[in-house]
Design a binder for this molecule. Structure first.
Ligand code: C2E
Ligand code: CA
Ligand code: CA
Ligand code: CA
Length: 280
């Protein structure tokens, strides 16, 4: 056809091709990274309000490539999902987080942290072996199920018929189930009826509205009310200012996470925050 005359179309094709090439590159590199120690977990404290003492952590994956470049999980988790690599990667994440939870229990006492959370994506929930993978990791490291939290999103639960059954099986193991990015989906509230949920993580977008108009604050206020009525733990995500933290406490929030308190940190930095940490 008249290639070259339709500049916009040509540019679009090129950028699509670039995106596909980039995804293919990430997929190949990720397959290697699984075996070369380029992947590691950071841990972001979840703190108690108003004082800000860490009571739990969320593990967040990082990838440092051989050239030192850090790739964001937002870039490689979707590729890992599409290629199925997430199943192997996810098992590694669960095992690593459980090993770390066991180390913290040993160094700081069994109750120094109430839980360590891992993120689990849609494709992982479609894998019927996931509950066995979790149970095996807990047993291998001697971590009580109650001390592991599995963070799932509404999108992941709706990814397929089997996903919800997997969440029920996980819940039966005794691990906590937290609904991540809560309030951003189409039927977040409906999910509370069908899904065995222990905690909700109120999305940053609602925290951002705190201190604004009543309309901007309305959802953050409503969500903590619903959670309280249903006996769910509530964590406010993406807290960046002292003012947001103060307002959350005023509204009845007791747990929060965000850069105002701490960024995602290497495990050793969490040790330094826990009782007897840093002394050994
Ligand atoms: P998420 O699970 O909602 O994680 C919260 C994200 O918000 C993290 O980004 C965290 O670093 C960031 N964050 C925390 N506090 C603040 C704050 O105060 N302000 C702002 N602007 N951001 C804050 P990160 O680590 O880049 O992870 C992005 C997403 O990638 C995660 O969103 C999660 O969906 C996914 N992800 C990360 N680690 C894993 C993993 O191990 N497995 C899976 N399946 N997904 C993961
Ligand atoms: Ca999360
Ligand atoms: Ca989140
Ligand atoms: Ca998110």
């Amino acid at each position: 056809a008249a290639a070259g005359t339709g500049g916009g179309l040509v540019r679009y094709d090129a950028s699509l091709e670039q995106r596909l090439t980039r995804r293919a590159t990430i997929a190949a590199d990720l397959r290697r990274a699984l075996h070369t120690g380029e992947l590691y977990l950071l841990y972001q404290p979840i703190v108690e309000l108003p004082h800000g003492r860490p009571i739990a952590v969320e593990s967040l994956i990082r990838w440092r490539q051989p050239d030192g470049r850090i790739v964001s999980p937002a870039d490689f988790i979707p590729v890992a999902e599409d290629t199925g690599l997430i199943v192997e990667l996810g098992a590694w994440i669960i095992d690593t987080a459980c090993a770390q939870a066991a180390a913290w229990r040993q160094r700081h006492g069994a109750d120094a942290l109430r839980s360590v959370a891992v993120n689990v994506s849609a494709r992982q929930l479609l894998d019927p072996a996931l509950p066995d993978v979790v149970a095996a990791a807990l047993a291998r490291h001697g971590v009580p199920a109650a001390q592991l939290t599995i963070e799932i999103t509404e999108t992941a639960v709706f990814a397929g018929g089997r996903a919800l059954a997997t969440v029920h099986a996980l819940s039966r193991l005794g691990v906590s189930i937290a609904l991540d990015d809560f309030g951003t989906g189409h039927s977040s509230l409906g999910l509370l009826r069908t899904c065995p949920v222990d905690a909700i993580k109120v999305d940053k977008s609602f925290v951002d509205g705190l201190g604004g108009t009543p309309q901007q604050e309305a959802i953050a206020i409503a969500l903590t009310g619903i959670a309280e009525t249903m006996g769910l733990r509530t964590v406010a995500e993406g807290v960046e200012t002292a003012e947001q933290a103060r307002r959350l406490f005023e509204l009845g929030y007791r747990q929060a996470q965000g850069f105002h308190f701490a960024r995602p940190l290497p495990a050793a930095d969490i040790d330094a925050m826990l009782p007897d940490g840093g002394a050994a």
